[in-house]
Design a protein around this ligand. Sequence first.
Ligand SMILES: O=C(O)C1=C[C@@H](OP(=O)(O)O)[C@@H](O)[C@H](O)C1
Ligand SMILES: C=C(OP(=O)(O)O)C(=O)O
Length: 439
Amino acid sequence: MTREYLDLQPLKRAQGRVVLPGSKSISNRVLLLAALAEGETRVRGLLDSDDTRVMLAALETLGVGLSRQDDGDVVVRGGARFPVRQAELFLGNAGTAFRPLTAALALMGGDYTLSGVPRMHERPIGDLAEALREMGAVIDYLGTPGYPPLRIGMGTISTAGSVRVPGAVSSQFLTALLLAAPLATRASGQPLRIKVEGDLISKPYIRITLNLMARFGVQVEQHEWDEFVVPADALYRSPGHVQVEGDASSASYFLALGAIGGGPVRVEGAGADSIQGDILFARTLEEMGAAVTWGPDWIETSGTQVAAGGRLRAFDADFNLIPDAAMTAAALALYADGPCRLRNIGSWRVKETDRIHAMHVELSKLGAQVRSGEDWLEVTSPAVQDWRAAEIGTWDDHRMAMCFSLAAFGPVPVRILDPDCVSKTFPTYFEVFSTLVQA
Ligand SMILES: O=C(O)C1=C[C@@H](OP(=O)(O)O)[C@@H](O)[C@H](O)C1
Ligand SMILES: C=C(OP(=O)(O)O)C(=O)O
């Protein structure tokens, strides 16, 4: 049963340790790679949430052998092509399922329709679809051109020359082309040269993609951030086992708790050795005045107690490398000693909701002074007497719900509407949150 709202009374302290749920970005990449790889892959620590469930269900529909073991591991039996050549797939609002599956299915060819929730049909995919068409794939838009839902047909794929993909809207388009590229290079016997047009956003996610492809046996040649070459003989081979790291974006909320509730708060499952860019959020916390300790697979934070009048240092920073954890920084601006500016976050406009707009509206409700533009947001914290109790809308966006839990360290009660939208990436978020905090 989903709850209409969750009331949070003013909180003072945060302390404890959390074992992080699996990384969404790694889970969905590993599932696709394992499905395309020769052999059997045993995946440990897979995230169990809406985004991975739609991926698992899609792969099952496509005939990929999947089984859940008693110990929770998922075993994937892969092969170079999916057995089912005609299917209708529903992919919810999972960008990490929709974009890579579009590329893989388009390069295999078949008769597939891909759809999602209404918001997914407002999230762009045109840059990826055009690149795939340039390679000979057949893709039709079933609704608005440039957006899902899509129908994929049987094309004649060529990797001759190179393919271009714009980098400014979402890095997931490049990730999708990279992950699916071996399907094309094998068919043509030629390498695929992928050229990024314009600036590439969210670069650390490409590092995750390249790292995981290498674990499955495919080394991509990288030229800065504007050209990637997938070799002609690229073939995915199962590494046998894969351990999924804890989710670094999910870690950001708990690391933030350590910074505003005294701490120490330790997250386990992602640390200095992580392949996820969002661990960099801990550096932002340091700049805001928190103490951060790093282990290979854990991070611990301690800091001031904002409920007792402590303040974080204000920031003015470019958050392009960590767009997801950046939302946590925006919520922390409620406790900063001056205006906080988040720059270069234009991709927020096309995520689960228009996050710049949603943040502007909801932070204002609490009494913060907010200004925003096409790709930036500026938040000035309310003085103690200016805080207002508020009902926070979460806009069907898991990260809105999770980062506004931090608002409970202000002096007023906070009501989070539709808290169960956290199921996109972290179904048990509020239960875990409640084990760390005290009034
Ligand atoms: O590749 C990925 O796993 C992701 C890339 C990012 O998207 P953009 O590249 O669209 O910024 C990020 O926001 C998303 O949550 C996950
Ligand atoms: C942008 C996000 O998701 P998606 O993978 O659907 O793009 C997110 O999780 O913040």
